[in-house]
Write a protein that binds this ligand. Structure first.
Ligand code: RIB
Ligand code: CA
Length: 310
């Protein structure tokens, strides 16, 4: 099978960790490297957490450090959902052989894209700071990437403000650079990710396999589950697994082409992804596929199959 070459940029957090396990296990994807960015927790933690996931999966994906803060706005963390350490306060050991690579994420990403011209799929599941820096420092990069698949934004609603989703809100200026780059974009916003609900019976089933990955999956979502339950949700949304699964199994999803741009200066609307999906007035360019629906049961089934393989 021809696998899609993938670069993952993330802010390892709980749902990032689960997305990494899925990306590793899927037969359709070939994960080449992981870059980390300040987001859910500070860069030092997101960087070490990516290494810790290598340890859990017994893999040695190259891990690169990116931006330790957004381009312009002040850093914003998400400790309530992800815990102080970003892994739901579950302790995972740092592999003794973890290679602390010095090449900045944006330089490594460009080098990788040159080795896979026109084929590299960039999956970005944290604030888009690293991606924006890479696209700005290397204008040629936009011609080398096949697609940028993001978890971020929302055609309707928000989870940090009523208008904005965390990844976009955390660095709206970076997100605007990405949406204006001209690279084909798949946007998995809250419209679809809030349908991708991981429920207690799902993580209990995985923990009962007795594998380290299954037990970790249940343990790492408990802090997020406590928060989600307190606001009446039936589970924990697998936000970051959505772009991963979209790449491997697009048949599980529903998406529409749209114009999407980011509000970067609004006092109430900062970080809103403005789409023309529901407006008479259309943007000039349809720059993104906006994912709006998913077959939740099949999505979770594939996700559990992935974690069972680790
Ligand atoms: O809004 C959800 C997104 O913000 C996810 O990527 C989660 O990991 C956090 O980064
Ligand atoms: Ca994330």
């Amino acid at each position: 099978m021809n696998k899609y070459p993938v670069w993952l940029d993330c802010d390892v957090g709980v749902d990032d960790a689960i997305a990494i396990m899925a990306l590793h296990a899927l037969e359709e994807t070939d994960l080449l490297a992981i870059s980390t960015v300040s987001g859910n927790v500070p860069l030092s933690s997101t960087f070490s957490n990516a290494h810790r996931m290598n340890g859990l999966m017994k893999t040695n994906y190259p891990v690169y450090k990116g931006a330790d803060r957004p381009l312009i706005v002040q850093p914003q963390y998400a400790y309530t959902f992800h815990g102080k350490n970003g892994l739901g306060d579950v302790e995972l050991p740092l592999p003794e052989d973890a290679k602390m690579l010095d090449t900045p994420a944006w330089d490594a990403l460009y080098d990788c894209a040159k080795q896979h011209p026109g084929e590299l799929r960039l999956i970005a599941i944290g604030p888009l700071t690293n991606v924006a820096i890479a696209l700005t420092k290397y204008p040629e990069l936009k011609t080398l990437l096949h697609t940028i698949l993001i978890m971020g934004g929302a055609a309707v609603g928000g989870n940090v403000t009523p208008a904005a989703e965390f990844n976009i809100y955390a660095d709206p200026d970076a997100a605007q650079i990405v949406f204006k780059s001209g690279v084909p974009i798949v946007m998995c916003g809250l419209d679809v990710t809030m349908q991708a609900m991981f429920r207690p019976e799902d993580w209990d089933e995985l923990a009962q396999t007795g594998t380290e990955a299954g037990k970790f999956t249940k343990a790492c979502v408990q802090k997020a589950w406590a928060f989600c339950k307190s606001i009446g949700l039936p589970g924990v949304a697998m936000h970051d697994a959505c772009p991963v699964m979209y790449l491997a199994h697009p048949e599980l999803f529903r998406a529409e082409e749209a114009g999407v741009y980011v509000e970067t200066r609004g006092s109430i609307t900062r970080g809103k992804t403005v789409t023309d999906l529901y407006s008479d007035k259309q943007f000039e360019t349809k720059n993104a596929m906006v994912v709006l629906g998913v077959d939740r049961d099949k999505f979770i089934g594939v996700l559990k199959d992935c974690i069972r393989k680790i």
